[in-house]
Ligand binder design. Structure first.
Ligand code: AMP
Length: 361
């Protein structure tokens, strides 16, 4: 382990220039690391707070030059092409590596991996041909594209074979997965760090609310029964071990009305539902990522104060004055120039006294 230690003063390379890269770079800087962002945009929001090189994900020469300037590489989104990661791996360690994105980039592979790892899921079936349409029985269900869907995009609710056929046409007859609709009581997520030595640590389970497929709030403590929380944590840790990753993995889950916990989706990177940790946990998820990939001991994950994180989507971020005026609110803006509908512009974490609800004035 000592030989793989990457000490403060080293440089972390980050593939991707969005808010997750930005917050990782901020946490890295706090521990004395430099960060170098690699992204196709000329001015990324992560590049506002760290060094930045522009390059496309298939420019292997540019990737090699980037790798030469850093000591370890991570990625801030799971849709970075596998070939990009493979290219970087020839020069420097990439953590969490290629394997987690291989599964996380493709919903069908991901579900199969969950099942193989012993995690329960909704019933599902592949939809990639006319024959699959005829075989489909998972109704009511949600049809999702296998690749490139996020925040509810590339999804359609379907009640029958006829609706399924129409939805599949609309989605461009692409490879899809039909999942049966889960009658859930709530949604939760486990964010698990796994170090180079294989040790794991799970952040306290957050309870998530989505609207139109987009995460709106995460609340910790979640108020769920200890048995449910223990099961959610067990599944998250099992997944991290099964992936054998060094870094972070977030597992989004459904808690069904009959008390089961089912895996929905994973992301091998910091996750929106872990933003609360910056203001309300002993170690933030971003610092934990830095610790995990640099071979440092994982940090404590005690909840310092109850909290609720709310995403600021589109024009909501224009209300920044309200949030900075509220003593219970911790405002984070991502530096994005234009607010488009559905675009995550920032978040606010309300730190709550145990007996208080957040100020809404
Ligand atoms: P996903 O992109 O898979 O994370 O889906 C976005 C959101 O849609 C989830 O967080 C749920 O709120 C809802 N959703 C997705 N799949 C299902 C399902 N099989 N049953 C019920 N709700 C779902």
């Amino acid at each position: 382990m000592a030989s793989s230690l990457i000490p403060p003063g080293s440089t972390i390379g980050i593939l991707g220039g969005g808010q997750l890269g930005r917050m990782t770079a901020l946490a890295a800087a706090r521990l004395g690391y430099r960060s170098l962002i690699y992204s196709p945009e000329s001015d990324s929001i992560a590049g506002q707070v760290s060094d930045h090189v522009q390059g496309s994900y298939d420019d292997h020469g540019a990737l090699a030059r980037f790798a030469a300037q850093v000591d370890v590489i991570t990625y801030e989104f799971e849709n970075v092409p596998e070939a990009t990661v493979a290219s970087c791996e020839q020069h420097k360690p990439v953590r969490p590596g290629r394997r987690p994105i291989h599964f996380a980039q493709h919903r069908l592979r991901e579900k199969e991996f969950f099942r193989k790892s012993g995690l329960g899921t909704a019933d599902y079936q592949p939809v990639g041909s006319e024959a699959d349409l005829a075989r489909a029985t998972a109704f009511p269900g949600i049809l999702k594209t296998c690749t490139e869907g996020y925040d509810g995009k590339g999804q359609a609710r379907v009640e029958s074979t006829a609706e399924l056929e129409a939805a599949w046409e609309r989605l461009g007859r692409r490879d899809c997965i039909l999942e049966s609709l889960v009658d859930f009581d709530c949604e939760v997520s486990a964010i698990v760090a796994r170090g180079l030595d294989g040790r794991t640590r799970c952040f306290p389970i957050g309870r998530n609310e989505h609207r139109d497929g987009i995460l709106r709030t995460t609340t910790v403590p979640s108020g769920l029964r200890p048995r449910t929380l223990a099961e959610a944590e067990r599944l998250g840790v099992q997944l991290a071990n099964s992936l054998e990753l060094a870094g972070l993995v977030a597992l989004e889950m459904f808690v069904t009305r009959d008390g089961r916990v089912l895996a929905n989706e994973m992301a091998p990177r910091p996750h929106n539902s872990g933003h609360w940790t910056i203001d309300a946990c002993a170690t933030s998820q971003f610092e934990q990522l830095v610790r995990a990939i640099c071979g440092l001991p994982l940090g404590p994950v005690d909840v310092l104060v109850p909290s609720r994180m709310e995403n600021l989507i589109g024009e909501e971020a224009n209300d920044w004055l309200r949030y900075v005026s509220d003593p219970t609110a911790r405002l984070h803006l991502y530096g994005k120039a234009t607010a488009r509908p559905g675009r995550k512009m920032g978040h606010v974490t309300y730190v709550l006294k145990s007996d208080a609800s957040p100020s809404r004035s």
